[in-house]
Design a protein around this ligand. Sequence first.
Ligand code: SAH
Ligand code: SF4
Ligand code: F3S
Length: 445
Amino acid sequence: MKKAYVKSYGCQMNAYDAARMADVLGAEGYAAADSAEDADVIILNTCHIREKAAEKVYSELGRLRVLKAERRAEGRDTRIVVAGCVAQAEGAEIQARQPAVDVVVGPQSYHRLPDLLARSRSGRVVDTEFPIEDKFDHLPARRGLGPSAFLTVQEGCDKFCAFCVVPYTRGAEVSRPAAAVLEEAARLAAGGVREVTLIGQNVNAYHGAGADGAPVSLAALIREVARIPGLSRIRYTTSHPNDFGDDLVRAHAEIPALMPYLHLPVQSGSDRVLAAMNRKHTADAYRRLVDRVRAARPDIALSSDFIVGFPGETDADFADTLTLVRDIGFESAFSFKYSPRPGTPAAEWGDQVPEAVMAERLAELQRVLDARRHAYQKSAEGQVFDVLVEKAGRHPGQVAGKTPHLLAVQFDAPQDHIGRIVPVRITEAGANSLFGALLPEAAAA
Ligand code: SAH
Ligand code: SF4
Ligand code: F3S
């Protein structure tokens, strides 16, 4: 039996696409391989967001070229596919830089993989169109589901932040019709999924057509998803501060299945930098939004993204970011050095911040963010949480799961607990995950 391996980089959208590419090849008779070494078709599902992410692809391809040549010497065929956002942005360059690549396919056309693989037998193939047909209508049933699954509801971005490639790699904002989302969610539930994360580049800009053709908001969609039997937990990511309506704030107060965790990227705490970034909101507008969300759901865990060293960022601007971080107290966060990306406006600007300054600012920001994250993890000790058991743990006899606030927990429990939601007392906060003890009533249940 032929085997396929998909390696995914980047965001949740890519993770979802990777799973769907595996579904597409699964329907063609390919089994899932555990590694590239083991696979006949190797797909790199790439990310273009920062230079490092994009360059990783070329070093990985160098390794795969050797593997492919060794196999060819043994008379065995290997197909190498580059998918995702680097494929979309640099299709031609990939082919020029790495002749071992058989297929380049963009994020909107991977439903055509079987055809592209067939065509690649007579020459290299590139498909980076934004096709008229909707890939979701052409994807087979999902396989290999665990207790928690992503569900793409919205793709693309019209915001054009000055630093970001996504509007170019993923195209314009498009929402899937509500019925299509609900049908996929119901199928996930029927397949044993307990938690669904609705994903989109700007998921709260969701405005898919409802049954009567009128647009449905993300909050309304969440209410519908919450009615599906078996789905106990709903999450969504990533949201943009400017699309955060009152109905979504209220949803956090009113829908028990909507989990108390919110990833809400702010990027900077300086109004000057926010304006230059084209984020179209101020630091205070962000503070007020967080106040509203916390009033609706006081225990909500907040997460964010930050960029340090955006062109023109001064020490005073950076100090504003630290002030915002201290004011809000993010429970978790991702922070990055600004990376100039080809084709984006900010990459052309003259006032680039020196690498050493960026490194210093990043270290300082991360010290502040980490201190708060550790304190938050520590505050979980002694508390009892409902934990969705997702998989086997690191050690035999252990399982791993997540609290409603998306904290990872390891604890001893039988493997048949995977897929269940059980009460766990947190006994110790480690560096990256919590350790806990299954409460006896659940063990007996
Ligand atoms: N759609 C989401 C985020 C998409 S990209 C949003 O609007 O918030 C994920 C994160 O990568 C961004 O939030 C930003 O912090 C970071 N990022 C994007 N482009 C970057 C660049 N050129 N350099 C450094 N970080 C970047
Ligand atoms: Fe990129 Fe901005 Fe769109 Fe987010 S909102 S994907 S950061 S352009
Ligand atoms: Fe990367 Fe594309 Fe996602 S650039 S962050 S994989 S949308």
